[in-house]
Design a protein around this ligand. Structure first.
Ligand SMILES: Cc1cc2nc3c(=O)[nH]c(=O)nc-3n(C[C@H](O)[C@H](O)[C@H](O)COP(=O)(O)O)c2cc1C
Length: 173
């Protein structure tokens, strides 16, 4: 059976999708001679516990698309409420300007990652597979290493950042 045509426009669809609050991540990978490549992504989600799989989606229009298609691995950083500046910085400008003033390090298997210890969590992923889906590509990552921080996560809702109300940080697991 084929799908019926949509009875809404893209603007309305986006605004309905915006009612689903998400976290905010910065995804980084190695751009080879180009240096590190990264961008802000809110389409991150969990897929499978065993094997450990996660997903995120990237618009086909992204200038970083080819780097992520070719990447062996990438790191997904879940931003904390105190990292709003990183969410903004990695959603605009040139790749060089996104990394300006940002301390970088390497993940356990060698991908460039943020050195900021305040991330709510990070996931080092092998680039497991990619699925074409409309105007986006779904990236499925197999998690090789992860870290859970104690900071409260940054939240995105209705097209804007929403600082989680202050609460005690989570206890160590
Ligand atoms: C909060 C937030 C969430 C975003 N989530 C996504 C996303 O899930 N997928 C995507 O393709 N772009 C997303 N973007 C947009 C990209 O960060 C932005 O278009 C970026 O400039 C693309 O970089 P590039 O063209 O250099 O690859 C998001 C932007 C913001 C501010």
């Amino acid at each position: 059976m084929t799908a019926r045509p949509a009875d809404f426009d893209t603007r309305y669809f986006r605004s309905a999708l915006g009612r689903f609050p998400t976290g905010v991540t910065v995804v980084t990978t190695d751009g080879g001679s180009h240096g590190p490549v990264g961008l802000t992504i809110s389409s991150f989600n969990s897929v499978s516990l065993d094997p450990p799989l996660v997903l995120w989606t990237l618009t086909r229009k992204a200038s970083s698309l080819s780097y992520f298609q070719r990447a062996e691995r990438y790191v997904i950083h879940v931003l904390s409420a105190g990292q709003l500046h990183l969410a903004r910085q990695f959603a605009q400008g040139s790749q060089a300007s996104r990394f300006a003033g940002v301390d970088m390090t390497r993940s356990p298997h060698g991908a460039p990652m943020l050195a900021d210890p305040h991330c709510a969590a990070w996931f080092e992923c092998h680039n497991h597979s990619q699925v074409e889906a409309g105007d986006h590509l779904i990236f499925i990552g197999q998690v090789e290493r992860c870290h859970r921080g104690a900071g409260l996560p940054l939240v995105y809702h209705a097209g804007d950042f929403d600082l989680t109300p202050s609460r005690e940080p989570l206890p160590e697991p």
